[in-house]
Write a protein that binds this ligand. Structure first.
Ligand code: MOS
Length: 709
């Protein structure tokens, strides 16, 4: 064992550090045109006229009538047009595309659109249109509430969030012999391919999608790249030239997906000694104008909504509804941060009502091996809720500070959480991912569609293959994802890349090692010619899931976390500040400890931003603060010292014991912080917990010491 468990040099590290790495905007092709999108300025309207207010010579102009195939972006539903045809449902909806070789000329072109306004829905709870409804039922709610001696209710709200990947969305569509190649900054090359085919139709025989170096995704490049890719291809098709579209920050923030805002209502019954006997949870997510991925975001949200707790009688109802804002979409955590925020803030309120310590309440109810979740999934030995909770309490000095900080204007709070690894339910079976491994003159090459987006895919997969194949890490290379060359190993989402794709590669490497019979891959390659092996996902016979009833094994396994936040509240400005943060997380086993720590630190910082400062201001259905001067994310100075503890509990179903890690770290910070604010004396139930929210929050007993204003 030489590579796994070591913080080896990142595969793409040198290229990024030296500037060698080529991002979408670095690529040049002869004769490239620049593309621009003309977008709706109103939230809901009929388009009654479109007029070009410029001389069209030298321009390529595309509208919905130029689409050779079908005018929709393929995802779960086919409701989202590629280009508006007669009606717009949100501000920033694409209507017309322009291309020109000169960026200035392109920027100077003005297009006039006439609208006939239609009614606008902004409240997701009052929306008449529902994209998806889900019901999870376990035991009997009536019987549970009949046993309850204490009832606690509450409503919790979470706001939207912008991904703020360093590199905005960008693609280049290049006509080539027999078809078109799309290069771009994206998470899921085969999703883009699947979306391009219906739009381009039979007119384009060969379409391939190539992922370029990608400066961050966080879910924001899961579905949106299909839209910008389709636009660039349409312009390339009409002009016969390569077309590059790269959004600037403002367009990226104004037009692309965000985290789903969410409202969660809890009604909880307990025995007087603090045992959960009935949980009734209602979840509403704001899907925005088109369905996109809302059904699956809702799914992950509701499955995690009861938190990592045991309760025999549970009902979770969820719906994702339509409003006239840009569609909300995938964002790290995929609905689970929203519902677990509600659960964990609610748990501290329950503890308060019962007059028990929040840690004791959680210890009493935390899931243990052999317990079942809300969907009836029986948990295995890698269930670490109690272990992460105990470690976090100890490491942070929670019990001591709970006493010493009381009444000082500062507070300490914690959150216990979990996150399913890989696709939900039978998702992985339906994906049927395939990976490949081939010999090269110098070692072996990994062929997968999974993308390096800064999180370490290439490095981590190469570590797994190196050890399973028995070759040095340096001899394993990773092919650039190009859908004409790599098998479809599924999307780079859902905390699946390490556990699922890494697991397939481990099997593939073991098979190759057996075939090589003691010979090194390079020696085999030189003496016997190239060897290429594939490995396809096989359903685990023991895993059961019923999509109709939402019963069964929702995930292959779960990763576990407990975060502790120490927060000070400024008595004059009411600004809350995290002064110390402890994150204890169990995700099987870290393949690359330094990068795993980076995931936890980064996810925690992103969670701190979501909790305290990131505020998407919507005005008339549009993001009103689409710039980084007033959409505030945490800087180094806002990021507290972090204690990261990675507990190991190897999972037999993952490569070298690993589970998924990418999303877990963003589930805990917001509720830990709001619970710390509660300990400091303010009853906050929604985020972002901006100073004005704190100022308007009812004081608890005892109140914070200096309550100004
Ligand atoms: Mo994701 S939020 O599963 O890219």
């Amino acid at each position: 064992m030489t590579a796994v468990g070591q913080s080896v040099a990142r595969k793409e590290g040198l290229g990024k550090a030296t500037g060698e790495a080529k991002y979408a905007d670095d690529l040049t092709f002869p004769g490239t045109l620049h593309g621009r999108t003309i977008r709706s300025t109103v939230a809901h309207a009929r388009i009654t006229g479109v007029r070009l207010d410029f001389d069209p010579a030298g321009f390529t102009v595309v509208d919905h009538r130029d689409i050779p195939g079908s005018n929709h972006i393929a995802l779960i539903e086919h409701d989202q047009p590629c280009l508006a045809a007669g009606e717009v449902r949100h501000v920033a909806e694409p209507i017309l595309l322009l291309a020109h070789e000169d960026r200035e000329a392109l920027r100077g072109a003005t297009v006039h659109v006439d609208y006939e306004p239609l009614p606008v829905v902004t409240d997701p709870e009052a929306s008449p249109t529902t994209f998806k409804e889900i019901l999870i039922e376990k035991g009997s709610l009536d019987k549970g509430f009949a046993k309850a001696e204490v009832l606690v209710e509450g409503t919790y709200r979470t706001g939207s969030q912008e991904h703020v990947y360093l590199e905005p969305n960008g693609v280049i569509a290049v006509p080539e012999a027999g078809g078109i190649a799309l290069y771009g900054s994206l998470q899921c090359p085969f999703y883009v391919l699947k979306a391009l085919k219906p739009v381009l139709g039979a007119a384009v025989a060969n379409v391939r999608v190539v992922q370029t170096e990608t400066g961050g995704g966080f879910g924001g490049k899961e579905e949106y790249p299909s839209v910008i890719a389709a636009h660039a291809c349409l312009l390339a098709l009409k002009s016969g030239r390569p077309v590059k579209i790269v959004y600037d920050r403002e367009e990226d923030m104004w037009a692309t997906t965000k985290r789903h805002p969410c409202v969660v209502r809890h009604r909880t019954g307990l025995t007087r000694d603090g045992r959960l006997v009935a949980m009734d949870v209602d979840v509403v997510m704001d899907g925005g104008a088109y369905c996109t991925l809302s059904p699956v975001v809702l799914s992950r949200g509701v499955i995690h909504a009861a938190g990592p707790y045991r309760c025999a009688n549970t009902r979770i109802r969820g719906r994702a509804t339509m409003t006239h804002t840009p569609p909300n979409g995938a964002f790290r955590g995929f609905g689970a941060p929203q519902t677990q925020f509600a659960m964990e803030v609610h748990m501290d309120r329950v503890a308060e009502r019962l007059g028990v310590d929040p840690v004791k309440l959680r210890l009493k109810n935390a899931l243990k091996p052999g317990d079942t979740t809300a969907t009836g999934q029986k948990l295995g030995d890698d269930t670490s809720a109690v272990a992460v909770l105990r470690a976090a309490v100890k490491k942070s000095g929670y019990n001591r500070k709970r006493v010493s900080l009381k009444g000082t204007g500062a507070g300490i709070g914690l959150a216990l959480f979990y996150h399913g690894s890989g696709f939900t339910g039978s998702g992985e079976v339906m994906l049927a991912s395939t990976v490949a491994l081939e010999t090269t003159a110098t070692g072996a090459r990994i062929l997968v569609a999974n993308t390096e987006i800064g999180q370490g895919t290439r490095t981590m997969l190469a570590q797994i293959v190196a050890d399973a194949l028995g070759v040095p890490y340096e001899q394993v290379e990773v092919a650039q994802p190009d859908t004409s060359k790599v098998p479809d190993s599924g999307p780079t989402v859902a905390s699946r890349t390490c556990m699922v794709v890494g697991g397939l590669l481990e099997k593939c490497a073991i098979a190759m090692r057996a075939r090589l019979g003691g010979m090194s891959p390079s020696a085999w390659h030189a003496n016997r010619g190239p060897l290429r092996l594939e490995q396809r996902y096989e359903a685990a016979a023991t895993r059961q899931w019923d999509d109709a009833t939402y019963r069964g094994d929702a995930y292959a396994t779960f990763a576990w976390g407990c975060d502790v936040a120490e927060v000070s509240v400024d008595p004059v400005t009411y600004a809350a500040r995290v002064v110390k943060f402890t994150a204890v997380q169990e995700f099987g086993r870290p393949i690359h400890p330094a990068m795993a720590r980076g995931q936890i630190e980064g996810g925690s910082a992103q969670g701190i931003g979501w909790a305290l400062m990131e505020h998407v201001v919507l005005k008339d259905g549009a993001m009103h603060n689409a710039q980084l001067t007033n959409y505030i994310i945490p800087t180094t100075l806002d990021t507290p010292p972090m204690d990261v503890i990675m507990l190991e509990n190897p999972f037999g179903g993952g490569p070298f014991g690993a589970k998924g890690l990418g999303e877990l770290p963003i589930d805990g910070p917001a509720p830990a912080i709001v619970n710390a604010i509660r300990h400091a004396g303010l009853d906050v139930r929604s985020i972002p917990a901006l100073p004005e929210v704190l100022h308007a929050s009812p004081p608890l007993d005892p109140p914070p010491p200096a309550r100004a204003g």
